[in-house]
Design a protein around this ligand. Structure first.
Ligand code: AKG
Ligand code: FE2
Length: 147
């Protein structure tokens, strides 16, 4: 991805989101800009050292791990005088595979949080219902789910 130097001041490069895939590996040039949201809602800049990769848990891994792994909300803000480049490797479930919480991750202190679903169906749902809580609405077990 290329993020051009904003004409003036700072600009939004990428709006806040969680990744919809399983796991993302990011690398970037020396222009920082990624911010992550803590669980209490505060935004923090992530400083990625040169030559390092950043690994981001997506919605699929969150669901598959029965919520043990946190799909962090993140965004990109651009400022300064140099274009920002980033490159992402987005891993996805195999075509047709069901994302299903393994029984080993469910017990009385960890009730099941997600119904089995396919990645393609989830992405299709998200495309027509772009919202922060898409995973909970689509696959969540409980009162907030839609289907
Ligand atoms: O450019 C970045 O560092 C982040 C990109 C990103 O979050 C995404 O493509 O989902
Ligand atoms: Fe992302």
């Amino acid at each position: 991805m290329k993020y051009n130097v904003p004409p003036s001041g700072a600009a939004v490069g990428l709006v806040p989101h969680t990744d919809k895939n399983a796991l993302t590996i990011l690398c970037q040039n020396d222009v920082q800009g990624l911010e992550i949201m803590s669980k209490d809602g505060a935004w923090t800049h992530v400083v990625v050292p040169p030559g390092c990769f950043l690994v981001v848990v997506g919605d699929i891994l969150k669901a598959w791990s029965n919520g043990r792994m946190h799909a962090v909300k993140h965004k990109v803000t651009i400022s300064g005088t140099k274009d920002r480049y980033s490159c992402g490797l987005f891993t996805l479930p195999k075509e047709g595979a069901l994302v299903e919480v393994p029984k080993e991750l469910v017990d009385s202190s960890h009730p099941i949080l997600y119904k089995p679903f396919s990645y393609a169906d989830y992405v299709a749902y998200f495309m027509s219902n772009v919202r922060d809580d898409a995973l909970e609405m689509y696959a969540g077990v409980g009162p907030s789910s839609e289907i």
